[in-house]
Design a protein around this ligand. Structure first.
Ligand SMILES: [Cu+2]
Length: 156
């Protein structure tokens, strides 16, 4: 094989590898930049990731990080978010698998177009009343859908 051709093959291989690693990193960086720009200063930010087998998981979780459990012992996570009355709360909602939804009726939050994998959906509201409130998934996402809930505590 001529030397030049081998060099070309290495270059192509390098480009393919650079694309394969760079693209996901680029998409993540872009997503972070976009959602961070939309968050007002001083807001209390929480990330929740929807998972069809585990419910709402605190933090940014990817599908491969969620251990799949046998169907008979599914236990939903039930995250608790605590804020103070008057706080501006930003929920950054993610999905690790299918399209989920989100509703927090007491604060008029109701996502109608779904939380899509690979995208952050931001929800902003002012915690203007104290108490314990329940948020849930409002898009039928699987067997765990009914249990896909969490708690928001607003301290007076
Ligand atoms: Cu769901």
């Amino acid at each position: 094989m001529p030397r030049g051709r081998k060099k070309l093959e290495y270059m192509i291989l390098f480009l393919v590898l650079a694309t394969l690693t760079g693209l996901p990193l680029g998409l993540r960086a872009y997503d972070r930049k976009v959602w961070q720009e939309k968050i007002p200063a001083g807001a209390k930010v929480f990330t929740l990731t929807g998972n069809a087998e585990r419910g709402w998981i605190s933090g940014d979780v990817h599908a491969f990080e969620v251990l799949s459990t046998a169907k008979h012992d599914l236990i939903a996570e039930r995250p608790v978010i605590t804020v103070a009355k008057g706080d501006l709360v930003v929920l950054r909602l993610r999905s690790s698998d299918v399209i989920h939804g989100f509703s927090l009726k007491d604060f008029g939050v109701f996502i109608t177009d779904g939380i899509h994998p690979g995208k952050s959906t931001l929800v902003k509201f002012i915690a203007d009343k104290a108490g314990t409130f329940t948020f849930s998934c409002n898009a039928i996402c699987g067997a765990m859908h009914e249990k896909m809930q969490g708690t928001l505590i607003v301290r007076a």
